[in-house]
Design a protein around this ligand. Structure first.
Ligand code: NAD
Ligand code: UDP
Ligand code: UDP
Length: 315
């Protein structure tokens, strides 16, 4: 069994990953500064003997001894990563540098949670890994997009210069239980609004598309990538190719919750990508991975989770 560090482990995806790795018997160190993460996401792990929590910021040095590092620390919702954009850039870039320095010192294998945002507002659709993207370097999303691009650059330079064993995944929109109800991303916003009977806020005309992957599928892909053959660095797209408009998503959420909420339109944020859909042939070939959970099933499970959270809030 391995000693594994998960940065951002108290966040949405990180908490599922920590649980899976701990259940498999690994020694898991969860690192988080709790900017967007929550102890609620990992309370069920606190009495595991093979789980440890460190409150720490990845922009600071870290000295631990581990075999593997999953680097997830970074706010992922536009609302949160734009709250303090300079900090977001530091988290992405300095965080990557520190984790790579750590990987170098202890000779650990390291996986970077990169993002479909490296493709920006893509002119190529759907997106293969070889597409180099269309990113605005000076816009309000740039702290995240360019931060993640720089992190990828650092990963490949540490690989070439120091022979670090790197694995880079580009995650497309992922959803599921443990998302923060105030996260600001579309799936959690729509579900919480529907359950509260509030207006569902579709930004712009709602014709922009996203492809939504259920978190269990994603985490399975992440672990397969960590365990992939020596020398396979990626980057590899991980996402569900099912593509939906935001208006379709809003209607699905209303249907599944039986909500009486109305759809209202709000201004489209600046630089909001118009379309996004992964080509996952590389993940299929190298990782024998593809997602299985259909949007409707994943939404049902996520709705169940938010019902519980809201019930607790009002209790
Ligand atoms: P999240 O916001 O729920 O989790 C991020 C975690 O990182 C939180 O627990 C937060 O407190 C922690 N964190 C933030 N800054 C930190 C810092 N400086 N030091 C230590 N911890 C810090 O988001 P998520 O959806 O779980 O995303 C996890 C990772 O996956 C992120 O790197 C994100 O960029 C990437 N990703 C997610 C998606 C998605 O759709 N969920 C898509 C693409 C990429
Ligand atoms: N680092 C860290 N933990 C370690 C080793 C390094 O946090 O166990 C940090 C280190 O402080 C530096 C960064 O990682 O800021 C990059 O390390 P590297 O050895 O590549 O660079 P250098 O220390 O030579 O600048
Ligand atoms: N969006 C929306 N209503 C909301 C939140 C988001 O219509 O309440 C839209 C947003 O403009 C974007 C899409 O949903 O086009 C996905 O947004 P999210 O913030 O979830 O992720 P990202 O833009 O990073 O893919």
């Amino acid at each position: 069994m391995k000693r594994i560090l998960v940065t951002g482990g108290a966040g949405f995806i990180g908490s599922h990953l920590c649980k899976k790795l701990a259940d498999e018997g690994n020694d898991v160190i969860c690192l988080d500064n709790f900017f967007t993460g929550s102890k609620d996401n990992i309370w069920n792990l606190m009495d595991y003997k093979n789980f440890e929590l460190i409150r720490h910021d990845v922009t600071e040095k870290l000295y631990v001894e581990v075999d593997q590092i999953y680097n997830l620390a970074c706010p992922a919702s536009p609302v949160h990563y734009q709250y303090n954009p300079i900090k977001t850039a530091k988290t992405s870039v300095w965080g990557a540098m520190n984790m790579l320095g750590l990987a170098k010192r202890v000779n650990a294998k390291i996986l970077q949670a990169s993002t479909s945002e490296v493709y920006g507002d893509p002119e190529v659709h759907p997106q293969p890994e070889v597409y180099r993207g269309c990113v605005n370097p000076i816009g309000i999303r740039s702290c995240y997009d360019e931060g993640k691009r720089m992190a990828e650059t650092l990963f490949f330079d540490y690989h070439r210069q120091h022979n670090i064993d790197i694995k880079v995944i580009r995650i497309f929109n992922t959803y599921g239980p443990n998302m923060n109800p105030n996260d600001g991303r579309v799936v959690s916003n729509f579900i919480v609004q529907a359950l509260k009977g509030e207006d569902i806020t579709v930004y712009g005309d709602g014709s922009q598309t996203r492809s939504f992957c259920y978190v269990d599928d994603l985490v399975d892909g992440m672990c397969r990538m960590m365990d992939s053959r020596d020398g396979f660095t990626g980057p590899v797209n991980l996402g569900n190719p099912g593509e939906f408009t935001m208006l379709e998503l809003a209607k699905k959420v209303i249907d599944l919750t039986g909500s009486s909420s109305r759809i209202v339109h709000r201004p489209l944020p600046l630089d909001d990508p118009t379309q996004r859909k992964p080509i996952i042939d590389l993940a299929k070939k190298e990782l024998s991975w593809e997602p299985f959970v259909m949007l409707e099933d994943g939404l049902k499970r996520t709705i169940g989770y938010f019902e519980q959270v809201l019930r607790k809030e009002t209790a």
